[in-house]
Design a binder for this molecule. Sequence first.
Ligand code: HSE
Length: 324
Amino acid sequence: MLDLSENLKKMNKYVKVFAPATVANVICGYDVLGFALNAPGDEVEIELKKTPGVELTEITGDQGLLPRDPLKNTVTATISGILEKIGRKDLGISVKLHKKMPIGSGLGSSAASTVAGIFGVNKLLGEPLSIKELMPFALKGEEIACGHGHADNVAPSLYGGFVLIRSYEPLDIIPLPTPEKLIATVIHPQIEIQTRDARKIVRQHILLRDAIEQWGNIAGLVSGLYRSDYALIGRSLEDRLIEPSRAILIPEFYELKKNALALGALGFGISGSGPSVFALCDNLKTAQNIKTMVQSRFEQVGVNSHAFVSSVNADGPRVLSVQS
Ligand code: HSE
């Protein structure tokens, strides 16, 4: 068992934590690339209580959609996993989850909740675990939420910035640099796509010539981030493998993409498993013009939408308040 005596002396009574939404895949990097947004994000309040066990006392903002059973809810289930890992199942933890983003939107909604919970409980307990040690719990949360433990939402939410998942077994997370001018527009059309369904329509066999283009683009994007080369980033934001299968789920996808590129987007694609779409831009004005264009096109076809214009969140989750 871990020796946590020093950390546990620094235990707090209460923490409130924010964890950011994320854009997974970043067009060319299915399951291996993602970045965090400054807005939106979820909040979690975690408090020590006298009786042992993890309880979920309140969820706000989810329209009753999320499980209330603490064994099935990703936040409380992963917190229980952490207590078990550090040998403190005797502790009592009470959790409130405040959803501040749409569920099933392609913005990493379940990931933001899970990350807020595991980051928050780690703070409450005096940080017995490192960020790297929290990652397996984050993956477990994704498995509970959508049946598959992909890391491209939870890793950027937990680390901040752009993140590459070089390998899953063993897990190898590589934080990448964020060029200063990058700004994202994310538009969420109000249709729901469950990640578990959107994963079922992805092709399992691909042509070598498509794979060659794809890994060229992933390497190009990573190089572009290191060199702050916006033109190279733009050239690399192409997806041969996943977008052709999933674009049919999103109204007017190819028209929106053509228009966004004409307005100056570096790239335009599906955020995570959709239905949100996003553009990466190198200035605020372009990002705002694309937001207006996409929302009015959605409106013309009778689809309401929410939009967020956000710089890249470099820091990951943050403590909003703490009582020791
Ligand atoms: N990489 C995952 C997918 C992200 O595209 O299915 C889900 O948000």
